[in-house]
Structures are given as C-alpha cells and as structure tokens.
Write a protein that binds this ligand. Structure first.
Ligand SMILES: C[S@@+](CC[C@H](N)C(=O)[O-])C[C@H]1O[C@@H](n2cnc3c(N)ncnc32)[C@H](O)[C@@H]1O
Ligand code: SF4
Length: 312
C-alpha cells in the first residue's frame, strides 16, 4: 500500500454499514449497483471495528448504509456496543418501516431496545399511498400504516424521531399529506425534506423541478435539508469523516458508495488507510477546490444550484 507521511485530522463523523440486506428496491437508491454478497456484520467483527477506531473522537455517527439496519438480527446489540465505545456520540439511524413491530413480537423488542441507544431515528417515508408504493417498491402503504399504529405506544426512550422524505419532482404533492397523516398524527419531531441525490459514480442528478415546485419547496423553509452554498473545499468527509461497508471496506463518503475502496479496516489500520496516496489525492483535490475524478458527480455539489434557489 503506497502511503504518505501526512497528518490527518482525527475522525469525528462515522457512517458505518452493518448490513446490506434490504426488503425494498427504492427507485432512487443505488444499492443494487454497489453491494457485494449479502451479509450482516457479526457482533465480534463490529467490536473489532470499534477497537480499530476507538482512538478517534467520534461526535456523530450513522449506523446505516446500503441496507435496512433493522434487518440485522442483533441491531439493538450493535447500537449498544457502539454507545459503549462512544457514549458521547450522537447516533442516527434510518429505517424504512416495512416490517411488523406487533406487540409481543421479537422484532418489536429489538426495535424498542434499539431506541435506548439511538439519539435520532429517521422514518423514511416519501410519498402517500400509490406514490409511496411506486418509489419504494415492493413497499405497501398498508404495512406502513400498521407499523405506525404499532409504533404509537412503543417506548421511544429518549430517542427523537423524525420523518425523512426524499423529494423528487413526482412526489412533491404528497409532502403536505405526509406532514398531516404521519408527522402530526404520530407526534414526530419534524418532516425532513431531502432532495433526492444521485449517489452513483457515473450519473448526474436528475433535475426537472418546475418554478412552481421550487417556490413550493421554498415555503418549507428549514425543513428542506442541505447546503445552499458549498464547494469542494467545504467537504468534511475528506477531513474528518469515514464511510465503511459491511465488509469493512473504507470509502470516502456516502455520496460515492460505488467507488473502489481505499483499503479494508480489518486488514489495515484506519490511520494507515487514511495516509495512502489514493486517499490523500482525493483529500488534497477537495481541500484545494480541485476535485479528482472520484468527486466528479458529488451530490453536495450538484444540489447547490437547486438548493440555492430553494433556501435563499
Ligand atoms: C440508504 S437508506 C438506508 C436506511 C434504510 N434502508 C432506509 O431506507 O431508511 C438511508 C437514508 O437515505 C435516504 N436515501 C436513499 N437514497 C437516497 C437518495 N438518492 N437521495 C437522498 N436520500 C436517499 C433514505 O430514504 C434513508 O432515509
Ligand atoms: S433506500 Fe433504504 S430501503 Fe430503499 S432500497 Fe435503499 S437501503 Fe433499501
């Protein structure tokens, strides 16, 4: 492994995939293009990973990736272990809600236990009835309704819960409905509107928003997430983030999950991986606002023109 004698900042943000199993094939998700053999990370391996990053001051983490986290049979244990290593870190998890959490079921126990350790849970719901089913096939609206009903009297512990809505030009009309029938009805903290990004390496984000739609999104103010001003030199991933797949492969960010890994955390130390020439090339490219080909379809950059219209 070619490495450089370079000082990196400590890692403060970690995006860790512990399963690549999923029960859906969402139209906007590039999971099928990037995952390898289906697997859940064994607890012993997850602990090993924690040992390998524990010297970094992680302040925020997402335990998700190209899969449905709650399908991991011991996801509650995964979250518990994470918090044992990083008690001060703010932990975020997203879930697609397409599984039963019936009272008395094992799944409910796992879900409720998970909420003891998670600080912020995103319920991923982006459309009403047939549009929800269209974009999140083979999801069923009726399954979601059952999930939300069963969710109502579940112990949330201290976990905050929001709805994460991936916006595209064909589901804008459902934003208000979801705010009423999900966010308000089930006492969620917020409706987070995330403009759909294209996470593939070789494709650009589809545009297609009309001026009326942009005006409408503007009316949602701070509910619309993302940065209206951003350049490569602002990229925090290259400075203090890591993205790891269920195999332990280290990539730069969650925007380019199809890229070749810089190394594997179970084979090489994370600090060595971050010193490799390949890693440093991407980092220097961004830091000097002269991105390498790795970043050519960065969604942060691609969304700036649209977000600057919506958020200014
Ligand atoms: C990749 S998913 C993994 C967790 C889980 N399977 C889910 O769907 O919630 C993590 C989050 O990213 C969102 N997401 C997926 N594809 C996206 C895209 N192209 N642009 C923006 N957000 C996306 C999902 O809606 C979800 O809230
Ligand atoms: S967005 Fe989540 S639920 Fe949908 S396919 Fe991707 S990982 Fe699965």
């Amino acid at each position: 492994m070619d490495s450089l004698n370079i000082q990196n900042k400590p890692i403060t943000y970690a995006y860790i995939e512990t399963t690549n199993y999923c029960n859906l094939e969402c139209s906007f998700c590039n999971r099928p293009e990037v995952i390898g053999a289906l697997q859940h990370m064994p607890l012993a391996k997850f602990k090993d990973m924690m040992e390998r990053i524990k010297h970094h001051p992680i302040k925020e983490a997402k335990l998700m990736g190209m899969g449905e986290p709650l399908l991991h049979p011991q996801f509650d244990e995964i979250c518990k272990i994470f918090k044992e290593y990083f008690p001060e870190a703010f932990l975020i998890v997203a879930t697609n809600c397409q599984y039963p959490i019936r009272p008395g079921s094992k799944m409910r126990t796992k879900f409720e236990n998970t909420m003891k350790y998670v600080d912020l849970l995103y319920l991923s719901i982006d459309g009403y009835k047939e549009r929800y089913e269209r974009d999140r096939a083979p999801a069923k609206w009726s399954k979601l309704e059952t999930f939300l009903e069963d969710f109502q009297d579940l112990n949330r512990h201290t976990c905050r819960v929001t709805c994460n809505y991936v916006v595209n030009p064909a589901n804008i009309e459902d934003i208000e409905i979801i705010n009423e029938v999900v966010v308000k009805k089930y006492d969620l903290e917020e409706l987070r509107l995330n403009i759909a990004q294209d996470w593939s390496e070789d494709k650009s984000m589809p545009g297609g928003y009309s001026l009326d739609q942009i005006d409408y999104l503007k009316s949602w103010g701070d509910n619309v997430k993302g940065k209206p001003e951003w350049d490569f030199s602002d990229c925090f991933w290259v400075q203090e983030g890591i993205y790891t797949t269920v195999e332990g492969n280290v990539k730069m960010c969650c925007m380019n999950t199809g890229a070749e890994p810089f190394g594997n955390i179970f084979e090489t130390s994370i600090d060595e991986i971050r010193k490799t020439k390949n890693y440093q090339k991407v980092k220097t490219g961004c830091s000097t606002n002269n991105p390498t080909s790795h970043c050519k379809n960065c969604s942060y950059k691609e969304l700036v023109p649209l977000l600057s219209k919506i958020k200014k």
